[in-house]
Design a protein around this ligand. Structure first.
Ligand code: SF4
Ligand code: SF4
Length: 174
């Protein structure tokens, strides 16, 4: 059986599609030029698109009422992260009622795929993905987000409190 195709015959069928695409592009180009106020594009960065609060953007490490980190350094987020971009160093806390806590918590945001698995895996609401999506920086080092950035960057205004308070957690054994 022959598997040869008649390329010239096949190419003929692409032509209506190509012309149709060009027609639509040209129509929008002329339409936008003649009616600039109705143009769908934003003049970024002066104009920004508001995503839903459920948008999974930059990470936040939540804090307790006293402002300390909620994270118990259980490593579940790091274990579940498919990009292996979370690095945690755990330490024992002086207070025996407090479990481990992270003395270092870093996310290499350039490797992150914003899948939200870390948020899903966390048993104590210690990490969330928020609506922020702009991540400009001037060098590579700025893309390693540490505790200071994740929990206390200025726009978090002292930190985002977790929904899970200590009493609720202890009742649930977490
Ligand atoms: S969002 Fe996904 S890839 Fe990014 S740190 Fe969390 S688990 Fe890893
Ligand atoms: S899963 Fe939650 S508590 Fe555990 S290390 Fe990650 S952020 Fe901390």
């Amino acid at each position: 059986m022959s598997v040869m195709q008649n390329n010239s015959e096949k190419a003929k069928w692409y032509l209506p599609g190509v012309l149709g695409g060009l027609w639509i592009t040209g129509k929008h180009l002329v339409g936008n030029l003649l009616n600039r106020k109705k143009m769908m594009t934003l003049n970024y960065p002066e104009e920004k698109y508001d995503y839903s609060p459920r948008f999974k953007g930059n990470h936040v490490l939540t804090v307790k009422k006293d402002g300390s980190l909620r994270c118990t350094a259980c490593m579940l987020c790091a274990t579940n992260c498919p990009a292996e971009c979370i690095k945690i160093v755990a330490a024992e806390h002086n207070d025996p009622t407090v479990e481990k806590f992270p003395i270092a918590y870093e996310i290499d945001i350039l490797r992150c795929v914003f899948c939200g698995y870390c948020e899903e895996a966390c048993p104590v609401d210690a990490i969330r993905l928020g609506p922020e999506w702009q991540t400009p920086a001037v060098n590579g080092g700025n893309f390693i987000y540490d505790i200071n950035h994740l929990a206390y960057r200025p726009n978090l205004k002292g930190g985002i409190q977790t929904h899970v308070d200590d009493e609720e957690r202890h009742k649930q054994g977490i």
